[in-house]
Design a protein around this ligand. Structure first.
Ligand code: TYM
Length: 326
């Protein structure tokens, strides 16, 4: 049996990059009866950027609703909110004390944001340590993520090495699982799709707003009659991630044949999303009207998660030389 674990920050509604890069592949793994899955909402990580308590709460439910709408079975698996498991911050402290400072200064996530944001908080700096604690607190074996999290997983593995070298075999070495095809989903401007670049597609938006986001995908200025190169076009790149082989081939022909504008391609992408995700969109909206139902599932999940967290923490406390609480 393998234990699968992954988390999504609740800094907004999960976008197409989160869905294709993490949520959908993770749910697929969770359907294998040989696996045990722990999926959570990283609402403590979101505190590095979200300061409004109302948004933090609302985003947590939206993130949870996305997992459930895409078919995560919260009864069979463990589904919880990071902030419901206080043990994670205790483990984080132990990891803080064995992690060399220069390792964190090299984190891409910190370097990227620290160059743009003048108000850098310490939470952003120690973010990879909280993430490592998320993983190691549950003896996770496999962590499905997008490519942008690869370095964080490598750091987590280094922390296991540092800790186990000092205290003996204690923490489980996790492995990242990054799906080649969806490891970096491009946003509407061609850069990595990201909440912080504001270049995302939110498939849960009402039709009109979703269409507006898709119509805003950046393209070159070739006229409708001209033949176009599909491989360098953002609309086509996103389309290939969702469409069937036959439809992709047809769109390629449309691009090279001329008399097919970017507006046509965008409309095709919009219709594809509406059609492909119609049941997920409607489940998401229903769930957002039943937040007490989501809350109930998260609380049940937290109870199950804490049992594992407490047993791992007990092992860690004994190793560092602390008395275990009775
Ligand atoms: P977050 O919330 O930024 O992203 C959640 C997941 O979505 C993936 N992802 C993408 N994949 C492909 N293309 C994209 N454009 C794209 N954008 C995002 C991310 O790689 C990630 O898998 N630190 C994490 C959350 C976290 C976590 C954890 C993950 C906290 N603790 C423990 C795994 C294990 C984060 O900020 O992800």
């Amino acid at each position: 049996m393998a234990r699968i674990l992954t988390g999504i920050q609740s800094s907004g509604t999960p976008h197409l990059g989160n869905l294709l890069g993490a949520i959908i592949p993770a749910i697929k793994l969770s359907k294998d009866s040989k696996n045990e899955s722990l999926f959570f909402i990283a609402d403590m990580h979101s505190l590095t950027s979200i300061r409004d308590p109302k948004s933090l709460k609302e985003n947590t439910y939206a993130t949870a609703a996305a997992w459930i709408a895409f078919g995560f079975n919260t009864e069979k698996n463990i589904f919880y909110r990071q902030s419901d498991i206080p043990e994670v911050t205790e483990l984080m402290w132990y990891l803080n004390c064995i992690t060399p400072f220069p390792m964190l200064t090299n984190a891409h996530s910190f370097k990227d944001k620290s160059s743009k944001v003048h108000n850098v908080n310490t939470g952003l700096f120690t973010y990879p340590i909280l993430m490592a604690a998320d993983i190691l607190l549950y003896d996770a074996d496999i962590v499905p993520v997008g490519k942008d999290q690869k370095q964080h997983l490598e750091m987590t593995r280094d922390m296991v090495g540092f800790f186990n070298n000092i205290y003996g075999d204690t923490l489980t070495l996790p492995q990242s699982k990054i799906d080649e095809k969806v490891m970096t989903i491009p946003g509407i401007d061609g850069r990595k799709m990201s909440k912080s670049y504001n270049n995302f597609i939110n498939v849960f938006l009402p039709d009109k707003k979703l269409r507006k986001q898709i119509m805003a995908i950046q393209t070159d200025s070739k006229g409708i009659k001209e033949s176009k190169d599909p491989q360098s076009c953002n609309v086509f790149k996103i389309y290939t991630l969702l469409a069937s082989d036959g439809d992709i081939e047809q769109m390629e022909k449309n691009y090279s044949g001329g008399n097919y504008g970017y507006g046509h391609a965008k409309q095709a992408l919009y219709e594809l999303i509406i059609d492909k995700y119609s049941s997920e969109r409607s489940r998401f909206n229903k769930l957002m009207d039943q937040q007490d139902l989501i809350e109930n599932q998260l609380q049940k999940g937290a109870k199950k998660a804490r049992i594992i967290a407490q047993s791992v923490l007990k092992r860690v406390r004994a190793k560092v030389g602390y008395k275990n609480m009775t």
